[in-house]
Design a protein around this ligand. Structure first.
Ligand code: NAP
Ligand code: HSE
Length: 425
């Protein structure tokens, strides 16, 4: 038994094992800052007999949650196991046992944040979550603390490392499946990568950032999202021809009627800060009344990268007391969520159409009837058919999709329309 600070882990996988290793690798510096050694005393896993690449100290691994919860020497627990249940119940039990928690779990926080923060506050402990959004990038701390003097009007970013890694690989001509497998090997993807590629992971992250930015509760259910599974190589190629890159963009904005948060594959103009973000890197642009705009960029996934943020939060808990202001109800107000149909977007619309007189005019008419203004049109014709690509000026989403439905009933379009959002140049 050491006389230092003992922490518990829920999970000893990609992130948990990296937390343990980094604490040991950086022991001297951490002891200097914390005033005493910090070590992992217990780590909860499913299977203690499973072979692991990392080597926990003898007796650290346990499959019994109560061993972590009831250890009186542990005051802080890092939740790096993921999942919504039983994780949510475990956190509630840890708070009741007087333990602060640091979590990397965006799905849990985006679904049950309100309940969890209230429970932490009730028990006088902290719940910190820097690692839940953009791994190594300290965006939570910047939004919560450094930007408090600002009225934040927008958050725009690439917040999922796996999909950005895949899109970068695909832009270089690699296969989607091979790129996803490599992202899994490198520890970027979730245990089940469905939430990475379908946009749910990014949606949870932007819900968390929107809550902090606008001081109102935004949950996963408030965030419409779409992923990268349906993207085709042709869209990447045409986007490049038009001077754009396709990225999975998460955005949150304050609009006249309230706030909105969403995630979509989007055309980003070359030269835009987000167009240059490659591989597993993430970047987040924050717009504030006093600072205009700042961009934070860095590794958005990976064991060591996430462990770095987890340990940072552990050190903050050890260095502070009380519940932290984000948990106080006074921090929050009620701001309406703007219905998706009213949110303005510019669009890229690719259609497989009949190459015949009047077709383009009919399509333009339907868009005009919905007051959607065309920005550009390109057409590639072959064998009586044409790939028609229309980009639009910003219009309410509901009007644009009403126009797309109208176009599909004209009898000139084959297959599904391909729709992407476009960021302003
Ligand atoms: P992982 O490699 O799959 O590790 C999960 C760990 O939790 C494993 O040790 C597993 O035990 C344990 N575990 C899972 N369910 C459990 C249960 N019901 N009871 C007991 N133990 C359980 O996952 P990870 O990549 O480290 O991610 C962990 C969390 O960090 C997730 O919330 C993820 O979203 C978040 N995160 C990950 C990254 C990243 O780049 N990987 C970045 C940011 C945030 P066994 O070892 O016995 O299977
Ligand atoms: N699977 C997540 C990603 C991990 O790829 O971004 C970081 O939260």
């Amino acid at each position: 038994m050491t006389t230092g600070v003992a922490i518990g882990l829920l999970g000893y996988g990609t992130v948990g094992s990296a937390v343990d290793r980094l604490l040991r690798d950086r022991a001297t510096e951490i002891e200097r800052v914390a005033g005493s050694p910090v070590e992992v005393r217990r780590a909860l896993v499913r299977d203690v007999t499973r072979a692991r690449s990392a080597s926990p100290a003898a007796g650290v691994l346990t499959a019994d949650f109560a061993t972590v919860r009831d250890d009186p020497t542990i005051s802080v627990v890092a939740e790096v196991m993921g999942g919504v249940e039983p994780t949510r119940g475990y956190l509630l039990e840890l708070f009741a046992a007087g333990k602060s928690v640091v979590s990397a779990n965006k799905q849990l926080l985006a679904r049950h944040g309100e309940e969890l923060f209230a429970a932490a506050e009730r028990h006088g402990v902290q719940l910190r979550f820097e690692a839940s959004v953009c791994a190594a990038i300290p965006v939570v701390k910047v939004l919560r603390e450094s930007m408090i003097a600002n009225d934040v009007s927008g958050v725009l970013g690439i917040v999922n490392g796996t999909t950005n890694f895949i899109l970068t690989a695909m832009a270089a001509g690699q296969d989607y499946g091979a790129a996803l497998a490599r992202a899994q090997e490198l520890g970027y993807a979730e245990a089940d990568p469905t939430e990475d590629v379908n946009g749910a992971d990014a949606a949870a992250k932007i819900a968390i950032l929107a809550s902090i930015a606008f001081h109102t509760r935004v949950t996963l259910d408030d965030v419409p999202f779409d992923g990268i599974e349906r993207l085709e190589a042709i869209d990447s190629a045409i986007a490049r021809e038009l001077g754009y890159r396709i990225k999975l963009i998460a955005s949150a904005e304050r609009l006249a009627g309230g706030v909105t948060a969403r995630v979509h594959p989007t055309l980003v103009p070359e030269g835009h800060p987000l167009a240059a973000v490659e591989g597993s890197f993430n970047a987040v642009m924050l717009r504030g009344s006093a600072i205009r705009e700042i961009t934070l960029a860095g590794p958005g996934a990976g064991g060591d990268e996430t462990a770095s943020a987890v340990i940072g939060d552990v050190m903050t808990v050890l260095g502070t007391s009380g519940t932290g202001f984000f948990t106080h109800d006074g921090y929050f107000r009620q701001v309406a969520i703007v219905p998706e149909a009213e949110v303005p977007s510019a669009f890229y619309l690719r259609l497989d159409v009949l190459d015949a007189p009047g077709v383009l005019a009919q399509i333009a008419r339907v868009l005009a009837d919905e007051q959607v203004s065309i920005e550009s049109v390109i057409q590639r014709a072959a064998a009586g058919r044409a790939q028609l690509v229309v980009t639009t000026h910003p219009a309410p989403e509901g009007r644009f999709f009403a126009a797309v439905n109208g176009i599909c009933t004209l009898g000139v379009v084959a297959g599904e329309p391909h729709v992407l959002r476009v960021l302003p140049r």
